[in-house]
Design a protein around this ligand. Sequence first.
Ligand code: C2E
Ligand code: CA
Ligand code: CA
Length: 566
Amino acid sequence: MSTEMTDSRTRDQMYFEHLEQLTGFMTTMEEFDIPAIFAVMGELCKILRVSKGVTTFSENSRPGRPGTEEAFVCYDDGKPNHLASSMRVVTSTHMVISCDVYQADDVEPLDELERKRVELIQRMMLTCLNRSRQDQIIERLTFYDVNGYKNLSCWFANLNKRAAQGNLHNMVAIRFNLKHFSLINEQIGRTYGDQAMRAYANLIDEQIQPDGLLCRIGGDNFIILMNRDHLDAVVKILRGAPVVFDPREDQRVKITSVAGVYALPETRVPNITDTVMNKVTAAYNRAKENPSGNIIFYSDKMQRAEEHAIRIQQMFNEALESREFVAYYQPKVDIRTRELVGAEALCRWIRDGKIIQPMDFIPVLERGMDICRLDFHMLDIACKDIRRWLDEGKDVVQVSVNLSRRHMMDPDLLEHIISIIDQNNVPHQYIEIELTETMTDVEFSDLKRIVHGLQAHGISTSVDDFGSGYSSLNLIKQIPWNVMKLDKSILPAEGEDLSRGSRMFQHVVNMAHEIGLKCVAEGVETKEQLAIMDQYGCRVAQGYYFDRPLPVQEFEKRLIQKVYQQ
Ligand code: C2E
Ligand code: CA
Ligand code: CA
């Protein structure tokens, strides 16, 4: 046997061995090990007398356009060479992948068999790269949202992976929501709003690297998994940080968040993703429900509150059907004539003979859409009472009903309200709808549409709790409210600096009157407060000074008596 034949036999053998190895790599279900594949490719290049192998991706069918092409050299022996074979495919996503093979200038051209073998390898290379690119695309679709933020699936996958590796030491989860973001959008416009959100997210992302993960749950809700060491820095940003939203003008806006924080357990727990998500959400919900709330750390007490919330949600349907929710009416009184001029319907839950106060269940129901069913139920009760009073010949006053901001997403809200009132055959002037001004997650345009719609039907609207939170003057000016309900906190309470407090009250009342709104002061408890109201021309009071919210039979006595004693 000649040495040449032995050489070619061993070359064949090596070729097939490498080919087998390559096929092994490519048929694995795991992620491709690209460096290992390139190493085998290099060996094959040597055997097949190839000087250089290059693969190229381009985003469209015009290769060479700047910025759209990426090239990977899988082997290069550095010799002067020329193109020997080129192969390309266009993928289903219109990407062009090519595989070019070069031969050194000083070697014999490939023979027929070698050419076939080179082509086979090229084809395999294209298949392999096509799939790895597809994997990347699939990863993008699975783990990123349309705006390029990592999503909740990504967060879950990362948490699961870490848990499987026993790598949760010193980790914390944070769930947060940007405060008043719809007002920020309203003020600077949606495009700048997006940029501001991005800048804020980047600010946090920079703090939590190298091993932290920030994902967007949706809208202006985010979740973080990160090392505890970064906690102080991140909390500082969550408490409020200015971000640039228009780089040309260097314009900035301050963004603040509401957040729940949970430190992950060091020991193994079953179902880690559910556990972490539930606990961080419990802390987040607490933060959201707390009016002055900002950042709340998870505690076991919170767990109990969360269990209470879940029980309420579970009991709700049955309680609604068995009519456990009733309306109490709190009178509104003209402070000069002492006449009863209106009432607010406030919900009470009577369970096993005990009264549950709204603060114990309304915030829980507001987490989901259950609150909407309760509000419609309350409107229905109020309408039935009004109809009955009218039929009994009583001198009926206007009754206001509270609507949670949750309703704003309902495109049929207006029709629904009107249909409840009309089914009960109640003239529209007897109903007022109270909406709070601090509707952070509500679109301004939705609110405007609803208020306009109600007015077109002759239903009065009031902006509730004015002055209690983040008052947007825009919201007051651009929406044609009938009534401004001044929050308790605006009226100076006993022991407070009277002159300072009453000045504030005076300004708010003046402003309301200037834009044509009637004023109702809430939480009026003392003679002194009545005097301040009288002095600044706020005519209507609702508060313990006159009455607490009353069961319907009690309230009916007020309807008959009509005037309060001086
Ligand atoms: P709100 O709409 O601001 O209702 C006024 C609250 O102030 C009532 O609390 C009322 O009892 C209380 N209040 C009235 N006068 C005084 C006073 O002189 N001093 C003090 N300290 N408090 C006074 P309530 O009935 O506990 O209701 C609390 C909140 O629950 C309501 O605040 C409202 O936001 C919500 N709510 C009650 N019923 C409903 C309902 O049917 N639907 C919705 N969506 N929310 C409701
Ligand atoms: Ca109210
Ligand atoms: Ca109120």
